[in-house]
Structure formats: C-alpha cells, structure tokens
Design a protein around this ligand. Sequence first.
Ligand SMILES: [Fe+2]
Ligand SMILES: [Fe+2]
Length: 487
Amino acid sequence: MAKVEESQKHKIKTKEEEITTIKAATEILNRLNRAFKIARIYEPNNLLFQKQIEVLLGFIIKALEEDKEASFMLRLSTLFFNGVKIRFGFANYYLFKFISNEFRKREIGVLSFQQGFDKEELTKFIILLAKKGEDSKSSIEDFMSELKQNSINHITLEKIPPFEKLKNKKKDATKIFFLSITHLKESFNKQKEQQKIPLLTTKRLMQSLYNHIVDNESFLYGLTNIKNFDEYTLNHSVNVCILSLSLGKRLGLDRNELVDLGLSAFFHDFGKLDIPKEILVKPGKLDKEERKIIEKHPHYGAEKLIQLRETSYLPMRAINVAMEHHSREDHAGYPKYEKKKSINLFSKIVKVTDVFDAITTKRPYRKKDFTKEEALSMMIEKSGIEFDPIILKVFVSMMGTYPIGTLVLLSTGEIGIVFEANPEPAFVFRPKVKIIADNNGKKKDGEVVGLTEVDPQTNKYTRTITKSLDPYKYNIKTSDYFIIEAE
Ligand SMILES: [Fe+2]
Ligand SMILES: [Fe+2]
C-alpha cells in the first residue's frame, strides 16, 4: 500500500497545489507562446530562440518533477493541465486563444510531454508547430507522422475524439457510456468467434471516459445508475470501469495509469464468456458444482487476456485484475493460492468498485439488493477483511454520504434524486437534488435544487434530506433522469 500513500501525497491536490499547477501551466504556455513567435521569425540557431527554449524546457521539467506529468488537454472551451482546469483572466486570455487555435487547427485534444525529452526534441517540436503554412489546416495524423520522422518520441499527441465535437457534454458522456457497452458486447462476440478485438478503440474509449471524469464526474457517476441495460456483465463492466477511474484518480494515479486501469476494469469479467448462461442468470442459489464453475472465471479471463496481449496493446495489470478481482484481504476469496500472494493495486481498486456495483444491482438470484447507503456500510464492516482499508476509505469518501443517484425523501415531503455532491466537506449532507415527486407523491419533472438554499423568512434550510429510499420499492429508475438530462 505504500505506493498509494506515496502517490496520494503527490497527486491529490489541495487548493494550494491546484494554484501551483495553474501557475506552472501559465508559465509553460507563456514561454511556449514566445518561443513559437520567435521560431516564426528567426532561424533555430538564433540565440534568442535558444534561450527561450531553455527556459521553456526548465518549466516543463519542473512540472514533470512535481506532478509526474505535464499534459495539456483541451475540452470544448476549457483547457486542463494535469487534470486541473486552467482559468484565464483578461490579461492572459491571449494564451488560451493561442493554444486552443493551435490545437484546433491540428485536431489536437491532448499534448503531453513525457519524462526523458530534451532540448533537441523541444526545439524540433516548436519549429514544426510554427512551420510556415500554419494558416491552412493540417490533420493530426500528418503532424504525428512529422513528429515521428523527426524522432520526437517524448512529446505525444491525442486526437480530439469525434464524439467530443458535440456541444452538449452530458449528451457526449451518455453517448460514450452506451458506446462502451456496445463495444464490450462486440468484443465478447469477436472473442467467441475468434476474431481480433480492436483494442485501440477500447483504449480510445478509456481516454474519453477519463476526459469526462476530469470534466463532469457527477454526471458520469449518475450514469452508473443505469443497470441491466444489456446483459448484466456488459453494463456492470462499464460501471466498474467508471467507478475505478474515479477512484484511481483520487488515489493519485496519473492519466496513463488511469487509462490502463480503465482497460483492466473493462475486461475484469472477460472470463464469464466461458461460463454457461444458465449458471450466470440462474434465479436460485448456485449449488456447489455451479459455484465451482463460476469461480473459474478469473482463470478463464486471465488466459484470454494473455492471448489478446500477444497481438495488441493491453497492460499486464489487466491480467492481474482478471485473475485477482475476487481475492480478499484475508485471502478467503478465489482463486485459492498455495502461498499468500500480494495483490496488485489495480485488483484491489476493482475489487471495491466491483462489489459495490454488483450488490447495488438487482439480480434474479439475490433475495435482497442493497441501497447505496446499505452497500457502503456493509462494505465498511468488511474493511481489512475483504477490502483494502485505505482504498475503501477513499471510495467511501468519494461516494459521499448520499451517493449520486440516491433516491431521497426531503423534509418538505418531496422525493428527489441526488444529482451532484456538495464539494464542501461541511455540507456533505446537502448535495444538489432533482425533485421528481411533490409532497403528495405525485411524479413531476422538477428542478435541480441545492440543499444549502435557505428560506429568507424563517432563516432555515428550505429542504433537508430525511432519509434515503429504495428505488426498486418505489419503482423508480433513477438512471432515466440522468439520460433525460442529457437530451
Ligand atoms: Fe468477477
Ligand atoms: Fe464483476
């Protein structure tokens, strides 16, 4: 666990750290802009140009040392640096204009400087960026191949995903959510028919999900309330993937690690392909023989992923996750190992999100399904026994007291759905809620209200959560409200 604690120290950002990141980003942009302008006038060996490159290099290296990454991401009209939203004032707005123009012209969504790049690579990169003919649009593919030709290997680009051109971010997130389910279904079918699975598409989907996590985490959580949209395993795998990305981000993993974590979570139940459907959807309790069969899915999954990895990019840790996601801290899980085995960090993360999504989903064989609150408190009881205590703690705080999608009864008698957590720790009990029924229980498409709203006459809170309700009992599909919101 040392790794998590150590990375937490570096990566979970306090307000001050965010300010430092914004400052670093602004300095880099400022120097990038100057070097770019000079490169358009002078030759590369010009002293002024060389000087600017050196200063720029220094700022980027400093950011890499402090944050382990130096990566700009443009999303619609917002620029992020290392996951932090950069705000531009009147005085430096030209910097935003500069970078967003250069990005858009070449369809760049992400620009990352990787550890190990040097002055020579940076010089070549700036020259290419400032090259004549900059007014005409050139595709990112051209630009990427130019980088390759010039042996620029530590400055990487990612294309703006086509789905990102949509205006509505929520619509966008919803589309990627469903696209992921469809993609997994196709991957399962391809595997059955022994055809090649397009893992590059899977990776792009993970990058896109990551971008939405940075951008609009609450909404994406909301979508994980969509249960049993298609076959359970498909929908469940995408939910586990989203929750793992969020959890991993809070544990301090960087962008590349998160994409790997997403991929690993996405395929965690890949082995279920080999389990007969009658067992997977059996309404009653499984007998001993059937249990034995189902407990083989980690092995099956790992075997399949090992094969997949031979021909395409797949992180090694995806195989660990497939194999270990039913392992427990007390080693009572399955598969059984002869010797006590240390469990991979990714597997521990997926273990937590997997159980949470599974027990909050209605399943034919389970007598009782848990509300989100019940699920969290049951999981806390098993901290250190089934789950890694630190990872679970971060997960519980991430889900908040009232996780997004929870159905709640308000002091006014109205019923609502938690839509957005309150980021202020003092107000965790006062999230934003969408009203879906009036105080007579009559359904309505109400507004989203903040529970910190105070009635000016009484000086008391207008609404307070009284208790959470079981959506199945009320026959309410909370996810529908998130989908409608996106339309
Ligand atoms: Fe599983
Ligand atoms: Fe699972």
